[in-house]
Design a protein around this ligand. Structure first.
Ligand SMILES: Cc1ncc(COP(=O)(O)O)c(C=O)c1O
Length: 390
């Protein structure tokens, strides 16, 4: 007789993962023979730079890299990150106490909440946003989400003055993410100062999720929150910077006392990133000679910029009013129909896969997110397909 297994109450509280739903529809359509242009998941189609792949081939052959990795991260990896933050953001960090390796940013976002928030306490969550803030980090940890709407009229920044004082009193942590997924918005220095003052005054830890720090266009340079304050924690990742989503490597940075909580949690859950992966990633960071992107990053951004221009200009030409983002590899645009799920299903029917805004929360409804993860000719093909149904 099979066991009568039931998911825990905690797990039952989670909504379905929207990307899984889209993946199911994609699988079905592929089976039906539809040629899919995939612009839904934020997973770069461009390979990891050769320099990093070559370093991996080298490192994976060294038996010293086969052991359990050092719990916090290999010292040379932590040192490379510290040097990168100095060169890139002019932030000084002690590698041995103020940086910890993560199995991708996602893991750190969930564990930092687990380290600092008790069941029933509030986490302030922007909406629309990366679904892990509300689900994995908040609901799964027994915390209570408080939604901060990101509205276009407020350049997709939350309105901190609108948070009720009884919520502020119960709040322990706030997620912020700029350059922003899904809106492509960037932060202003004024807002970053305002947010850190608000958080300091109310004893709220900001988790500044910064994996798109290098995904910027034109002359825009994205900041680190650590340039403004050492009271909060930043999370970053190699996933987007070096097209390494599948390698699973990220890191968190902040004061020793803040990193300490993450270190204590992770000691009981995982054993870190394989050493050969850490050592391969070092090579990428060592390419930075100043705050400007080195060719291994800039070349990728040039490709995304071209794709962004082709997509946005193309959409505008066929009457779908869309603006160019200053950062990220997402184009966030008002859906021609108010129900974003329904409209994105119509797009899948013609083989154009996007993510409906509702997948990022209720304030994402009415929008569609395109990821710039297809080459120019495929984007042009997508535009001519969309033209037929607009
Ligand atoms: C805002 C944001 N944070 C974190 C992540 C996850 O990054 P990682 O691959 O390092 O876990 C993503 C991935 O798309 C993201 O968009």
């Amino acid at each position: 007789m099979p066991l009568n297994l039931k998911y825990s109450d905690r797990l039952n509280k989670l909504p379905p993962y929207i990307f899984a739903e889209i993946a199911d529809i994609k699988r079905r359509k592929r089976k039906e023979g539809v040629d899919l242009i995939s612009m839904d998941v934020g997973d770069p189609d461009i390979p990891t730079p050769k320099l990093i792949v070559d370093a991996l081939i080298d490192e994976v052959q060294k038996p010293e890299n086969y052991h359990y990795p050092t719990r916090q991260g290999e010292p040379d990896f932590l040192e490379a990150i510290a040097q990168w933050y100095k060169i890139r953001f002019n932030v000084d960090l002690a590698p041995s106490s103020q940086i910890i390796g993560l199995i991708g940013a996602k893991e750190g976002l969930v564990n930092v909440a687990r380290a600092y928030v008790n069941p029933g306490e509030v986490i302030l969550i922007p909406n629309p946003s990366y679904p892990v803030y509300e689900n994995g980090a908040t609901i799964l940890n027994g915390a209570v989400p408080y939604i901060m709407p990101l509205k276009e009229e407020n350049i997709f920044l939350p309105d901190l003055d609108n948070i009720p004082s009884e919520i502020i009193k119960k709040s322990k942590l706030m997620f912020l993410n700029y350059p922003n997924n899904p809106t492509g918005a960037v932060i202003t220095s004024k807002f970053l100062k305002e947010a850190t003052e608000f958080a300091d005054d109310n004893n709220i830890l900001i988790v500044y999720d910064n994996p798109y720090s290098e995904f910027t266009f034109d002359d825009y340079i994205a900041p680190s929150i650590l340039e403004f304050t050492s009271n909060h924690i930043e999370i970053n990742s190699c996933s987007k910077i070096f097209n390494m989503t599948g390698w699973r490597i990220g890191f968190a940075l902040g004061e020793k006392s803040i990193i300490g909580g993450l270190k204590k949690i992770k000691a009981q859950i995982d054993t870190g990133i394989p050493s050969f992966i850490q050592r391969a990633a070092i090579k990428g960071f060592q390419e930075y000679k100043n705050e400007r992107k080195p060719p291994i990053v800039q070349d990728t951004m040039d490709i995304y910029e071209k794709r962004r221009d082709i997509l946005v200009d193309g959409l505008n030409k066929i009457g779908w009013k869309t603006e160019k983002p200053k950062a990220t590899f997402y184009v966030w645009t008002k859906s021609p129909e108010p129900n974003s799920m329904e409209f994105s299903k119509k797009l899948i029917d013609i083989g154009v896969v996007t993510t409906p805004g509702i997948g990022f929360g209720k304030f994402g409804e009415g929008y569609i997110r395109f990821a710039l993860t297809e080459p120019v000719d495929r984007i042009e093909d997508a535009i001519s397909r969309i033209k037929k149904i607009l």
